[in-house]
Write a protein that binds this ligand. Structure first.
Ligand code: AMP
Length: 378
């Protein structure tokens, strides 16, 4: 039986070897825990800073069993473990967040149905399993609309914006696996997100609402706090808390939302793990999203998710932006983070930088670009 709160030197098993696991493992180490990473990848960002690593496919039951036996609690930075794999892990050690939470976030249909069932608004959506169903869905939702895979999509992969009737057939053909989901196009004014932690005792701690800007469907810049009306902020915070409670979450949850032209807040997607739009908390908060993740799964008390500074976070993506690393590290005031990935492939998140401002001092557009120095115009 795993004792909670986890005692010092206990081992946290993290599924996934990417940067989210790396930064979670660093936070765990600061709290006196060891991390054991399960990943397919050799020399992964998370394993580089962890106590142990198991390199295996996520579907290999012998490896999953040995991994679970070797740890005290299991959490995730990578969500796409099969239902059977999750059940196997959960039969051996506590899995936080619970497999039921992952099953919802793994599948856009399950996610949207759950959100709508909890009274949370999303873009209108229709399940689509054939070209005829797609035509009928477009008839209902109109164009433009966004066609998405229901599983395994991230950073805009597995989706297509349909603008004209002639786009339907090729998009349906290209996107796999089926079924797909068609979403009404949200002509959003802003994209925002809230990261919220919830302990086993039901205590909640939510970071301030932030504003996210994407480039080529990948997060580029996060502004903390979001420049939104107080009512919008209240709505976003209430939605994030409501979802964490409805999921009976133990762990961390990121909720990505659109603010539409009328100020209505619609949820785009949820992720029950640390999130790129929460990286600013490493530098602008006494306890970061990674610390809250570890505290929640370890059963430690949750500190308030307070922000001592305003912040701008910029991702370093692919070879072109990474080429600015020497300049970025030389720029006074930029706080650099690099993830230890060997190859800077296009679209790959290699690191990020944060710039802090006094609370209430987030500058306007020109100030933000200037504050990012050489990265401001990249
Ligand atoms: P996703 O993979 O669902 O997070 O989508 C990636 C990005 O595509 C979002 O951050 C938006 O910028 C855009 N997007 C996704 N869904 C919609 C939608 N229904 N309407 C407008 N833009 C969308």
């Amino acid at each position: 039986m795993t004792p909670f709160p986890l005692p010092p030197n206990a081992t946290i098993g993290l599924v996934g070897g990417g940067q989210l696991g790396r930064m979670s493992a660093l936070a765990a180490a600061r709290l006196g825990y060891r991390c054991h990473i399960l990943t397919r990848e050799v020399d992964s960002p998370a394993a580089q800073v962890s106590h142990r690593v198991t390199i295996s496919d996520y579907s290999d039951s012998a490896s999953l069993r040995a991994f679970a036996d070797a740890v005290d609690v299991i959490s995730f930075e990578f969500e796409n473990v099969s239902a059977e794999g999750l059940d196997l892990l959960a039969s051996i050690r506590p899995v936080r967040p619970a497999p039921s939470v992952l099953r919802i976030s793994q599948d856009r249909i399950a996610e949207k149905a759950f959100l709508n069932g909890a009274g949370v608004a999303t873009a209108p959506w229709v399940l689509v399993d054939s070209p005829a169903e797609l035509a009928a869905a477009v008839e209902r939702l109109g164009l433009p609309a966004v066609l998405k895979t229901t599983r395994l999509g991230y950073d805009g992969k597995g989706q297509a914006t349909l603008r004209a009737p002639s786009d339907l057939a090729s998009a349906f053909e290209r996107l796999t696996p089926k079924p797909l989901v068609l979403e009404g196009y949200v002509d959003f004014a802003q994209e925002i997100s809230v990261v919220v932690a919830r302990g086993a005792d039901g205590a909640l701690a939510a970071f301030d609402t932030v504003e996210n800007r994407h480039r080529d469907h990948i997060l580029d810049v996060t502004l903390a706090p979001a420049r939104i009306l107080p009512d919008t902020d209240r709505a976003a915070q209430a939605i994030a808390r409501c979802i964490a409670e409805a999921l009976d979450l133990v762990g961390l949850l990121a909720v990505e939302m659109f603010v539409d032209a009328t100020g209505q807040v619609l949820v785009n997607e949820i992720a029950p793990r640390p999130h790129n739009s929460g990286h600013w908390t490493l530098d602008a908060c006494p306890a970061s999203q990674f610390e809250l993740h570890i505290r929640a799964i370890a059963g430690l008390p949750l500190p308030p998710a307070t922000r001592h500074s305003d912040a701008v976070m910029k991702n370093l993506i692919g070879p072109a932006v990474l080429a600015l690393w020497p300049v970025a590290t030389a720029e006074p005031g930029l706080i650099p983070h690099l993830y230890g990935k060997a190859a800077a492939l296009p679209g790959r998140k290699m690191g990020h930088v944060t710039r802090l401002f006094p609370r209430g001092g987030l500058p306007g557009e020109f100030g933000i670009a200037a504050a990012l120095g050489p990265l401001g115009t990249s």
